[in-house]
Design a binder for this molecule. Structure first.
Ligand code: FAD
Length: 378
């Protein structure tokens, strides 16, 4: 229902990646009136915009979403574009009300409801689900701007393939999975150095055999053992370790001729300096240094002093009706992955109070008053 430029719905979902879509699927099953607002041009763009050679670590058989298995050979590891197309097909098949090209710039409480805004657009709702993903604000060390201005700098979120890079040595900063995978990609065409502190390595690599025999166990552990409901899960979540290297190991990179140096601690004379004092000469630097959450557009009492959401399995007690989905370790190690998202969405859907039909008052129709209904946004 739209009145005076405001659309009234039971629930606004912010973000139409896998988390927002699966949440939408749950709400559709409850016959709620909802809308999914997404900043991307096309459903799946968050995946499409990742680097060209990216293949998943999770086999296809584990990447299906409620009501739709992932298509094709279940033991292969799909490309990022296949995931993007799968999500687009998911939204289409279930007729999910995704509004693309809508970047939400505000959520606030007003008269006991939530008001969500995007430019001149406005929604009022009883519930808001924030499903904006873990890749919001690329994080780069402050000393990056002291690098020589000739050095081309990219964050991993901007890297697509080696053709973006000028000739000459490339420094990859960060030894997580993104750093290792991008280093492998770049090493084929450029002299490459990777800097960082090597973390753990997964016990097995993604292969057809491990997809059959080992990944079911890993999935079980990620969903049911390493959770906030178990001592081991709480210990892991208290100090989230860097994810182990899954496909590309440091020894593989060394085999490809990649130099490995300790973490970069600063810049001197325009060059990056590693912890052992090595000055790294590079024509380009790719920062594989992760992301930070950015929720400054949400004006609700839902955050701690570091700006992190305060929630219990995605439910925000201080702002009833506000929910988070897709956060790292929302409930389990697998929470922010394709195999883990459905359970968390189901949990949130069960926690939502029953939908209440929004009744238009006479005043509302003339814009003098807001519609009656039960909203608890403040
Ligand atoms: P996203 O996919 O990031 O979607 C969030 C959506 O919200 C985007 O469409 C964005 O446009 C939108 N949005 C953001 N802010 C706003 C706003 N203010 N207003 C409106 N819309 C907004 N998981 C696996 O299961 N298997 C894998 O192998 C795997 N590999 C990965 C490899 C990489 C390099 C990365 C980064 C992640 C990988 N993941 C993998 C993890 C996870 O599945 C993805 O990060 C996934 O994209 C998260 O889905 P999401 O819906 O939570 O967030």
């Amino acid at each position: 229902m739209i009145t005076n430029g405001t659309e009234f719905v039971d629930t606004v979902i912010v973000g139409g990646g896998q988390a927002g879509l699966v949440m939408g699927h749950e709400l559709a099953r409850q016959r709620r009136d909802f809308v999914i607002l997404d900043a991307g041009r096309r459903v799946g763009d968050a995946w499409r915009e990742r680097w060209d050679s990216l293949e998943l670590f999770t086999a296809a058989r584990f990447n299906g979403l409620p009501g739709m298995p992932f298509p094709g050979d279940p033991f292969r590891f799909p490309t990022k574009d296949e995931v993007a197309d799968f999500l687009e097909e998911y939204a289409r098949a279930f007729d999910l009300p995704v509004r693309s090209d809508v970047r939400v710039d505000g959520v606030r409480g007003e008269s006991g409801r939530f008001v969500t805004t995007a430019g001149g657009l406005r929604w009022e709702s009883a519930n808001v689900v924030v499903a904006t993903g873990g890749c919001q604000a690329p994080q780069v060390p402050a000393f990056a701007d002291q690098l020589d201005e000739q050095v081309v700098q990219l964050h991993s979120s901007e890297y697509r393939n080696p053709s973006q890079l000028p000739e000459g040595p490339v420094l990859i900063v960060g030894m997580g999975n993104s750093g290792a995978e991008i280093a492998r990609d770049v090493a084929a065409t450029h002299p490459t150095t990777i800097a960082g502190t090597p973390g753990a390595q997964a016990p097995v690599r993604p292969t057809r055999t491990t997809a059959r025999l080992v990944f079911p166990l890993l999935r079980f552990a990620g969903l049911h053992v390493v959770t906030l409901g178990t001592p081991v899960g709480r210990a892991v979540s208290a100090k989230l370790p860097t994810a182990p290297l899954v496909r590309t190991r440091i020894s593989d990179l060394v085999g490809l001729g990649v130099d490995v140096v300790p973490r970069i601690t600063g810049v001197s004379g325009g060059r990056a300096i590693s912890a052992d004092g090595t000055a790294c000469t590079a024509s380009s630097v790719i920062w594989c240094t992760g992301y930070r959450d950015e929720f400054d557009w949400i004006d609700l009492p839902a955050f701690d002093e570091h700006g992190e959401p305060i929630h219990r399995r995605g439910v925000v007690a201080a702002a009833p009706g506000l929910y988070f989905l897709g956060l790292e370790f929302l409930y389990a190690l697998a929470s922010a992955t394709l195999p883990g998202i459905a359970r968390d969405a189901r949990h949130l859907a069960k926690r939502m109070p029953p939908p209440v039909a929004v009744a238009l008052t006479e005043e509302t129709a003339t814009g003098a008053r807001e519609p009656a209904g039960v909203f608890r946004g403040e």
